[in-house]
Design a binder for this molecule. Structure first.
Ligand code: 13P
Length: 250
């Protein structure tokens, strides 16, 4: 049995006060993490403030980190820094970072290795562009990304990776993949994990769908065999919506 995981990715939204208001609004009402893991991935400046207020039922994650532990990398944040304030999750390889900040699969692989070295759970994002889907390259892209991103990740650690399948054309567009498209891609990811590792790892790994997930489509998505949760942008900014999304995973 895989515990469902619902994660909000706030991207570059919310001031400190807005972030705190959100946490106060949801914290009493979220279900126990034994039933569903709820995570908010917030901008770096507010992580410490949120971690101090996190409960057993809500964990705080970062949206990115550098693969080096320290160094002359202006503007970056490292795994030991995140760990030192109690951050337990990190989004790695979001398509916005791949596209706008030139993140390569090689860098993403290093970040995964670093996350495990510091016992931070990575949420690894993969997914195809619209042009790739139209050319029937979805599976080829997923295969290429999984092969490159998981180099040297041991089977024991691979079980702990959360994989977010986020078709780029569905992010922030209001255009959700159909449930059949989402399930097909997530099933393919699980099959690929079985061939890269073994069936035990494939059965344990959690796969999220991300891309215009909202209150109106979460139930159908969560009803799919290979979808264990969601990575949510826009709808995770509204406390009531986030609560409904988490409860849909129960
Ligand atoms: P939206 O839910 O706003 O489409 O964003 C998805 C996403 O990129 C989550 O990481």
């Amino acid at each position: 049995m895989r515990t469902p995981i619902i994660a909000g990715n706030w991207k570059m939204y919310k001031t400190r006060d807005e972030a705190l208001q959100f946490i106060y609004a949801v914290s009493e009402q979220l279900p126990s993490s034994h039933l569903v893991e709820s995570v908010i991935c917030a901008p770096s400046f507010v992580l410490r403030c949120l971690v101090k207020r996190q409960g057993e039922n809500l964990r705080i994650g970062a949206q990115n980190m550098h693969f080096e532990d320290s160094g002359a990398f202006t503007g970056e944040i490292s795994a030991p820094m995140l760990k030192s304030i109690g951050v337990e999750y990190v989004v790695i390889g979001h398509s916005e970072r791949r596209a706008m900040f030139n993140e390569t699969d090689e860098a993403i692989n290093k970040k995964l290795l670093t996350a495990f070295r510091h016992k931070i759970t990575p949420i690894l994002c993969i997914g195809e562009s619209l042009a790739e889907r139209e050319q029937d390259l979805t599976k080829a892209v997923l295969l290429r990304q999984l092969n490159a991103d998981l180099v040297n990740i041991t089977p024991q650690n691979a079980k702990k990776v959360v994989i977010a399948y986020e078709p780029i054309w569905a992010i922030g567009t209001g255009k959700t993949a159909t449930v059949a498209q989402a399930e097909e891609a997530c099933a393919f990811i699980r099959q690929t994990i079985a061939s890269l590792y073994n069936q035990e790892v494939a059965d344990a790994i959690r796969i999220q769908y991300g891309g215009s997930v909202k209150v109106s489509n979460i139930h159908e998505l969560m009803g799919q065999e290979n979808i264990d949760g969601a990575l949510i942008g826009g709808a995770s900014l509204v406390a009531d919506d986030f609560l409904t999304l988490v409860k849909a995973a129960l």
